[in-house]
Design a protein around this ligand. Structure first.
Ligand SMILES: [Zn+2]
Length: 163
């Protein structure tokens, strides 16, 4: 399910409509825990959330899942291609959220080359930020079929110009 990581079955919580295995969700949570406990890692936090979300798009027959994946892809694009100060990023993202109903279902990549479980071993280390960035960039590339659509959606709905 989700990012396609083959993992041992463990008992644990999973997200309601982002399908993932409990072990993958645990890897995601270890990244979040490290980010919440260090100011230096907070910069990576948004990327971690958006990257994990677009690796677990759920079924594109579910409207919530469609809106979720579209919004997270738009946020990912913004951070990777035209980074802004946090306050501006927040403003653009709020604007995106208001238009999420216009998002359409997307073709989900068959496979992701880098997954949360590949990054989790670096949680809280000096490689944390660079590894999260590598994961985010690889994931954005895995979604290349959706780039054109997301780019035009962002251009239409971002109140600030996106290069
Ligand atoms: Zn996963």
């Amino acid at each position: 399910m989700g990012c396609g990581a083959v993992l041992p079955v463990t008992n644990g919580p999973i997200h309601a409509y982002m399908q993932s295995s409990p072990a993958c969700f645990a890897a995601f949570n270890s990244l979040l825990a490290a980010e919440y406990s260090s100011n230096n890692l907070l910069d990576a936090h948004r990327l971690t959330v958006d990257t994990w979300a677009v690796q677990h798009p759920g079924t594109q027959k579910d409207r919530r899942a469609v809106q979720s994946v579209g919004l997270h892809l738009a946020r990912l694009m913004l951070q990777l291609t035209s980074p802004r100060p946090p306050r501006e990023t927040n403003a653009v993202m709020l604007d995106f959220a208001q238009h999420k109903k216009t998002l359409r279902p997307l073709m989900v990549p068959v496979e992701f080359r880098v997954r949360a479980i590949d990054i989790a071993p670096f949680a809280g280390t000096s490689f944390h930020i660079s590894k999260v960035r590598e994961w985010a960039e690889a994931t954005w590339l895995d979604w290349s079929d959706a780039h054109q659509y997301i780019r035009s959606w962002v251009t239409e709905y971002a109140s600030l110009d996106v290069d």
